[in-house]
Design a protein around this ligand. Structure first.
Ligand code: SF4
Length: 443
């Protein structure tokens, strides 16, 4: 049997696309093994940050060197393959196949060629992104369901619109078909995925389906399909990522009306300063963001928010940095992905003046991280003693007698329970805190 190994870098979309590639690999009779035994090693790459790109280049060099010891095919796919196709072929002759984001439909063909030991120079490109049929990992009870792809926003620091192309939405019939398959496979929770899910738009016979409309369609479909007991079926729906400027009141009402939508939204703010937000081309202000948070919390008092924060953007002053800290204190994010600015070649921000010195960027990042830790701890302490529903996800890393679970608010809970409970919903009381995880007891 042919054997493969796949490594995935970067965002949730990349993880979903790796799952789709693995489905194709299985269909073609390939088996997943460790890198040392693989006939084909696939690197699904990311180019959003310099660090992710450097890691992939290092891995390409390592694997290319290993080809002197044993024969295997090396394929580089994903965003870095899209962005640096020519450079990879030139700088890394050990790479046998380079498959960009818009050549994914040739993945099956590539597998046939690998099996025959053949190469091709040019793979067909599609003008638009092609969605896979399924993104499910065997045995998983949480699954991504991509609903749109690409981005039209062109934030000035971001490479995504250049490597993922313009926004394209997935046919709702195909989304529902995949959700039915997932439910039949035992999936309990789905995450609707896209670079900017809020701008989902499907037009058919003069009728436009927007993101709130899609959410209602999916919820109605699941409620009709399920018995009165939702447990044992898809019980929770999440979505990722939301651009604040496109999060409408109609979307807030839709989520608030139906508890099938998890009470957690990832809402990247990036900065608390209007002048920085304008240079980032985020198309909203600090005041707009804060009023959006107020509206969300008024509609769903139990909602948690997480965010992305980018410090040290060109021209960011001490006062701008203070405004970001102030916004964090006002919103009280449950957690944040925090990073400092590193120019991505080819983006407008790369050539902006007034670069912030490295030392200052690091100091500002340290303050943001310290504040987030404080906020997270305070929010967690406020939750102690409360009971909530969790979905049990897996075995705890510390003990085989404990399981790891997650609330709808995206909080992690460890509790004593048998492994047979994995994939089930349970009610737990949050009794203590260990790091960023609650310890819970089933009630
Ligand atoms: S919304 Fe902005 S940060 Fe997000 S993918 Fe699009 S351009 Fe990048």
């Amino acid at each position: 049997m042919k054997q493969y190994h796949i490594e995935t870098y970067g965002c949730e979309m990349n993880k979903a696309e790796s799952a789709a590639m693995e489905a194709t690999l299985r269909e073609h009779g390939w088996k997943r093994v460790s890198e040392q035994d693989a006939d084909l090693v696939i690197l699904n790459t990311c180019t959003v940050r310099t660090t992710a790109e450097n890691r992939a280049w290092n891995r390409i060099s390592q694997l290319s060197a290993r080809k002197k010891e044993r024969a295997f095919a090396l394929a580089v796919v994903g965003c870095m393959a899209e962005q640096h196709k020519g450079a990879i072929q030139k700088k890394a002759p050990g790479v046998d196949y380079v498959l960009g984001t818009f050549q994914k439909q040739s993945f099956g063909l590539m597998l046939d060629l690998v099996a025959k030991g053949e190469k091709i120079d040019v793979l067909e490109e599609t003008p638009t992104y092609v969605f896979g049929a399924s993104y499910h990992e065997p045995g998983a009870f949480r699954s991504f369901v991509p609903i749109m792809h690409g981005c039209n926003n062109f934030c000035s620091y971001c490479i995504v619109p250049y490597v993922r192309g313009r926004e394209i939405s997935r046919n709702p019939s195909n989304i529902l078909k995949e959700i039915d398959q997932l439910e039949d496979l035992g999936v309990r929770e789905i995450t609707l995925l896209g670079q900017n899910v809020n701008s989902y738009r499907w037009e058919e016979q003069g009728h436009v389906l927007d993101f709130p409309g899609l959410l209602k369609l999916i919820a109605r479909h699941l409620h009709d399909r399920q018995s009165s007991d939702a447990h044992g079926r898809i019980g929770w729906i999440r979505f990722l990522t939301s651009h604040p400027k496109d999060l409408s009141d109609s979307l807030i009402d839709t989520i608030a009306e139906d508890p099938i939508f998890c009470r957690h939204i990832h809402l990247p703010v990036q900065s608390g300063s209007n002048s920085v937000l304008a240079r980032m081309n985020r198309k909203y202000t600090r005041e707009y963001y804060l009023s959006l948070v107020d509206r969300l919390k008024a509609a769903m008092p139990d909602l948690t928010l997480s965010t992305d924060i980018l410090v040290g953007f060109p021209g960011e002053t001490d006062d701008d940095a203070e405004q970001t800290l102030d916004l964090m204190r006002q919103v009280r994010f449950a957690y944040s992905f925090m990073y400092h600015f590193n120019a991505r070649g080819g983006t407008p921000a790369a050539s902006m003046p007034d670069k912030v010195p490295d030392k200052t960027k690091k100091q500002r990042l340290a303050r943001v991280i310290a504040l987030q830790k404080e906020i997270t701890s305070a929010l967690m302490r406020e939750r102690l003693g409360q009971t909530d529903e969790v979905l049990i996800e897996g075995v705890s890393r510390r003990s085989k007698k404990e399981v790891l679970a997650r609330t709808a608010r995206d909080e992690m809970v460890v509790l004593p329970a048998a492994q047979s409970r994995i994939g089930q919903f349970a009610r737990v009381k949050l009794v203590s805190i260990s790091g960023n995880t609650f310890r819970g007891e089933e009630v």
